[in-house]
Design a protein around this ligand. Sequence first.
Ligand code: DQA
Length: 147
Amino acid sequence: MTYLVVNGPNLNALGHRDPTIYGSLTLQQIEGKIAEQARKLKVDVAFFQSNSEGAIIDHLQQQGPSSQGVIINPGALTHYSLALRDALADLAVPVVEVHLSNIYAREPFRRRSVIAGVVRGQVSGLGWYGYVAALEYLVEERRQGGK
Ligand code: DQA
């Protein structure tokens, strides 16, 4: 019963990367909050971060099919990676897209997600809590036996 939590390019720099936009927590601290919620929900989470598009796709191909669902913040890949979109579209398990910031309230180039059309849903602008909300949703969806 493992949910994958995947973070893309530059999210390893959270904590010092523009904290007014992304908050002051490090990725490790955010993962700690997700793990805490996972314990309460009695599910397992597996974390992965890479700055490389190919490594993220390899991870999704290898670990995605046997997981219960995927929570992904693709960073800037959100806005242009059709390869990531294809990898996500190929997964049978539900995927939730998460953004710390509200991408619709930012620069025009961030207002478009090329992966939004192949995921279950998107959480954007709720900071670190977005990951926790996504996990709660996926666990609830599974407990109710589907969407
Ligand atoms: C982000 C938004 C993206 O536009 C940006 O490139 C990121 C982080 C977010 O979490 O708000 O790296 O996905």
